[in-house]
Design a protein around this ligand. Sequence first.
Ligand code: A3P
Length: 296
Amino acid sequence: KGWLTESLYMYQGHWFSPTKLISIGTVMVSQELFQANPTDIYLVTQPKSGTTWIKALAFAILNRTRHTNVPTHPLLMFNPHDCVPYIENEVLRTKPTYSDATSTRLFATHMPYTSLPQSIHDSSCRIVYMCRNPKDVLVSLIHFVNKVRDKSLDRITLEEGFEMFCKGVSPCGPYWDHVKGYYKASLKHPTRILFLTYENMKRDTRSNVKRLADFLGCPFTEEEEAKGVVEEIVSLCSFKRLSDRNKHGTIREGLPNEVFFREGKVGDWSNHLTKEMGQILDEITTQKFRGLDITF
Ligand code: A3P
């Protein structure tokens, strides 16, 4: 049994849908066609790890002088997914030549590290990886797929979702392998790959926004800090602001805007998973992340 479709298929060690959204086909086309530029920035996540949020934050940071926090700010008019395209969708949409190396391009992807297009590995572009604790990812994923999967398919029960996730079967999963791939790469290439967690971003959004701006090569000036620009960005991208703005309409790929916003909290898993399920996921995580400094 699959998540968005009837089944998932394994490609290069990870699970993908055959047709929907980020599919095996779009990954293969990206691997063949996508050309990275050294000035590019890639935001990488697994689905339900805070992609929408990190897209909004990075977009707001990079475009802060072009768009100030006024009613026409793109994030007040469009879903963050329409402001920052996925490589996988963009390649199919525009069949790009990607020769414009003069400006910073901001893309997102769910691709595992080892499956990224070779030109990204070969380039000096920067990658921001955000992960989230697996229990909240799982609960968020179950809610999401039950809202968006084909009406002809049954709902995924908590038990079914839990069983598949623990076996490593999740979109772009195994969850733990995806995280480990980027974590290890970030240790090897610390100036190129920034490793963040949703939980830490929630705990101290302001410091992490500053850290992100430093990494993206556009640190806040003293004057900007004094004017409260960091706080404006935190507020512009907050769950409340974004979810209020995205109650209606759809993103370019056709999904309703509102499906990307549910609770936006750390630890909501405990309202859905049993204690035993939580313990099992904790045990798997401890075992898989042994020796790595990954905490949530
Ligand atoms: P929940 O389902 O736990 O609420 P993704 O963007 O990768 O699809 O992840 C979606 C998850 O991020 C959802 O989690 C959603 O509510 C949460 N989210 C979306 N925007 C957010 C924001 N601005 N701040 C914090 N969490 C956000």
